[in-house]
Write a protein that binds this ligand. Sequence first.
Ligand code: KIV
Length: 259
Amino acid sequence: MQKITIKKILQSKNKVPIACLTAYSKNTSKIVDKYSDIILVGDSLGMVLYGMKTTKDVKIETMILHAKAVKSVAKRSLVVVDMPYKTYANKFVAYKNAKKVMKLTNCDAVKLEGGEKITNIIKHLIKNKIPVMGHIGLLPQSTKRFKVKGRSLIEKKKILKDAIAISDSGVFAIVIECVLESLAKIITKNVPIPTIGIGASKFCDGQILVIDDMLGLGDSAPKFVKKYANLNKVMKVSVKNYVKDVKERRFPNLKNVYK
Ligand code: KIV
């Protein structure tokens, strides 16, 4: 079993598609680690696990707890942790917080949302030996409207400029979230590092999905999600059967008791 390194991710550009998934817990991480190149401990956990309306309320301590659990069993995948909202407001705050995340979780890199505006922060982290993954397009930490980005020429140009700016600043890969297919294609051609799409088309160098979405755990998921299972249904049936067994005194049975 060979550990996936940032070098390997960089070398995958134009060669092999990069597969990435989120994980927030030990059990999920164990499974994802077997197959996925990158595990992202995404701040989407605020909405997925904690029922928050946005990712803005996620605290750094929460990210550290989940990242620790994920990393404790991830032996192969590259593990990246999201820096939550306001934890990288300037380069000094960013370094203090990112250093804490890296030290306490032993993860491989952090991810920051933003383009041109945060290049000084990205450069400062990288100069201080903290690898950074970028995130452009739809930015859940700052967007007001969850809709596809890049429809207007102005927006298209801005997102492309953002991609080039953060690539030049040294990020090793860029998540492109929810943009027009044509824009993702242009970005991918114009940066020398891998692009990882989520709702951004097959033209990206890799793909990422939120694991609960692709497993069909939630009640709904965006159009860009392909569902590989319907765990919602599996859980409903299992819970229903368990409750029925308890009510009808079929559980516990002989196999479940100590003699
Ligand atoms: O927080 C997250 O899970 C993410 C992915 C959607 C890329 O940033």
